[in-house]
Design a protein around this ligand. Structure first.
Ligand SMILES: NC(=O)c1ccc[n+]([C@@H]2O[C@H](COP(=O)([O-])OP(=O)(O)OC[C@H]3O[C@@H](n4cnc5c(N)ncnc54)[C@H](OP(=O)(O)O)[C@@H]3O)[C@@H](O)[C@H]2O)c1
Length: 292
């Protein structure tokens, strides 16, 4: 019988790309969605997808979502509840007897002492590792999509990217490539990837002046990068929870110092084609980066 794959975080940046990638491969895909209304949009683009509503604040919603599932893509939201959500999802996968869990983590999760964001991900990876489930860990670098999701408004309205990253180069990855890797693994032999952790990066590291130039070229209007001092960056995040501000600033400091510039051949090895460049990303998403 054909396998069923459950995608958590299915309406989000990586999850929605993964639903597309699995449906394109003809896989029975079940999307765990926080609300059916958001899921409807996903179904509009992928009519074959099954939708199941889950709410991590209502763990009783999980067993139904996992019923009859063979493999799971496990993604935890960026939340102060992520450790407990991860535990509930791993426990639900175990109770349902799934064959494989592919977990989205973050590059540097295995660094010691690393940074808080990485340490949380490492704790979540360890919970999965100790579950006895066959598992694969994906550790991507920062997403190119952050320039649509978080910098998109200032790019569209002011033609500016405000970030505290100095001249630091970073090897941003397109969420499309993370999804392609996840889809390749989720449709491959389970034993082949069991226990592996793959660090996924874009093809090259770019600095933010270069990114502004690339987006400017793709959208046909100039974009400038403004290097923001740390205190101003903290002020701009006023209203966000302190744990979020502190952990993001810690990540930014690593980026500014040039520690997030490494690349790996993992995307090409796992998908058979090189990861997308920032130019390709900007071209694909140019309409989301132009003024309304
Ligand atoms: N952004 C980066 O540069 C980066 C880099 C490396 C690793 N990561 C990791 O990637 C993960 C985030 O991935 P993403 O950006 O693809 O996520 P995302 O776009 O923020 O999407 C999160 C998903 O989780 C769902 N969700 C949130 N709360 C829920 C709840 N209570 N019950 C059910 N579903 C819920 C959301 O649905 P609703 O929207 O409907 O609530 C959404 O589908 C995090 O673990 C982060 O640490 C991110």
């Amino acid at each position: 019988m054909a396998e069923t794959i459950l995608v958590t975080g299915a309406t989000g940046t990586v999850g929605s790309e993964l639903v597309r990638a699995l449906i394109n491969r003809g896989v029975n895909t079940r999307a765990a969605v926080h609300s059916i209304i958001k899921g409807d949009r996903l179904r509009h683009f992928n009519p074959e997808v099954q939708l199941v509503e889950v709410d991590y604040h209502r763990p009783a919603s999980l067993p139904l979502a996992f019923t009859g599932v063979d493999r799971v893509f496990l993604l935890t939201p960026f939340s102060d509840q992520q450790l407990i959500i991860n535990q509930q999802l791993v426990d639900a996968a175990k109770a349902a007897g799934v064959q494989q869990v592919v977990r989205l983590s973050a590059a540097g999760a295995d660094m010691e002492p690393g940074i808080q964001l990485g340490r949380w991900h490492r704790q979540m990876e360890q919970y999965l590792e100790q579950s006895g489930l066959s598992h694969v860990i994906l550790r991507p670098t920062s997403f190119m999509q952050n320039f649509v999701n978080y910098q998109g408004q200032s790019i569209r309205e002011q033609g500016a990217i405000y970030l505290p990253l100095g001249e630091g180069r970073m090897s941003y990855i397109d969420a499309f490539d993370i999804a392609e890797v996840a889809a390749a693994i989720l449709t491959d032999d389970v034993a082949k990837h069991h226990g592996q952790a793959y660090t996924l990066t874009g093809p090259q590291a770019v600095n933010h002046t270069e990114i502004a130039g690339i987006i400017g070229q793709a959208t046909g209007r100039p974009v400038q990068y403004v290097d923001v001092p740390e205190t101003a960056a903290r002020q701009a995040m006023q209203g966000a929870p302190q744990w979020m501000v502190d952990s993001m600033m810690e990540l930014n400091a690593l980026g500014k110092a040039g520690h997030l510039a490494g690349t790996t051949p993992a995307v090409e090895q796992l998908t058979g084609r090189p990861p997308r460049s920032f130019q390709e990303f900007a071209q694909e998403h140019r309409h989301e980066l132009m003024p309304a």
